[in-house]
Design a protein around this ligand. Structure first.
Ligand code: HXC
Length: 257
């Protein structure tokens, strides 16, 4: 039942994955996790796909992990199931993944958006880590990814007070790449994804890998990693094509496989 909690559509070279539990404001239960991860991994494995857009509904990207599903779990059940571990697979895909956020992105919803490579927010978007109001803390990477994204001051503020921020504050803080009118969110996000998917696919994958390495390593090592990747691109047809096309004043025709 791969279409119960999640809808998957192909739009040209982009896969659109839509969270589809409107009655629960897209609360992220385990079934939804499995379906989202499967859909994004399938897109990653498809040679015809160059980018993914992950979105929710107008009212909610996702209002968090499913509180009703979690409420009765005890410590050993959480530990044995390694609750939320499955989401990490989303961060291992190699093609770019864009979160298109309208409405609430709270708790696990904010954390899911932050697992994507970039976030495009509608003007009505609201971000927050309200777990403290439930007697817990973020559990899908929020305390780590939010701190890396916006710095200690804003991360402490959000994680300790549980307050929501609007799209403008999220953009000021560096959490989101762009804010767009609510009614054109999907169109704008798909256009960004299509732009990315029109580049050389392996080069876009390496660019993503290089940026992500900045979050995993020290500066000197990261700069060497980048330079090695850069050098390796001089063994690809796309480097020859891109630089030839520039000199011949024509659009480049990149390898999309
Ligand atoms: C399960 C949820 C849910 C959630 C909303 N719903 N959020 N169900 N888990 N996270 C359900 C509601 O119970 C309700 O169903 C329906 O969705 C509509 O929600 P309402 O509350 O009636 O809508 P509204 O009044 O517009 O308020 C919207 C809201 C509020 C402000 C977003 O729903 C809210 O505060 N939700 C919880 C936000 C949150 O705390 N998220 C963090 C979760 S913990 P019924 O059938 O009851 O009417 C998390 C971190 C994981 O994500 C780490 C460890 C916990």
């Amino acid at each position: 039942d791969l279409v119960e909690n999640v809808l998957v559509e192909r739009r040209g070279r982009v896969t659109l994955v839509t969270l589809n539990r409107p009655e629960a404001l897209n609360a992220l239960n385990l079934a939804t996790m499995t379906e989202v991860v499967a859909a994004v991994r399938a897109a990653d494995a498809d040679p015809g796909v160059g980018a993914v857009v992950l979105t929710g509904s107008a009212k909610a990207f996702a209002a968090g992990a499913d509180i009703k599903e979690m409420a009765s779990q005890d410590h050993l059940q959480m530990y044995r199931a390694d609750w939320f571990r499955g989401w990490e697979d989303l961060t291992r895909v190699r093609i770019p993944v864009i979160a298109a956020v309208s409405g609430y992105a709270l708790g696990g919803g904010c954390e899911l958006a932050m697992m994507c490579d970039l976030i495009i927010a509608a003007e009505n978007a609201k971000f927050g880590q309200p777990e403290i109001n439930l007697g817990v803390i973020p559990g899908m990477g929020g305390s780590q990814r939010l701190t890396r994204a916006v710095g200690k001051a804003k991360a402490m503020d959000l994680v300790l007070t549980g307050r929501m921020i609007d799209a403008a504050e999220a953009e000021r803080s560096g959490l989101v790449s762009r804010v767009v009118p609510t009614e054109s969110l999907l169109e704008e996000a798909l256009a960004v994804a299509e732009t990315i998917a029109s580049k050389s696919k392996p080069v876009a994958m390496m660019a993503k890998e290089a940026v992500n390495t900045a979050f995993e390593t020290g500066l000197a090592q990261g700069v060497v990693f980048e330079r090695r990747l850069f050098h390796s691109l001089f063994g690809t047809p796309d480097q020859m094509e891109g630089m030839a096309a520039f000199q011949e004043k024509r659009p480049a025709e990149f390898n999309q496989g």
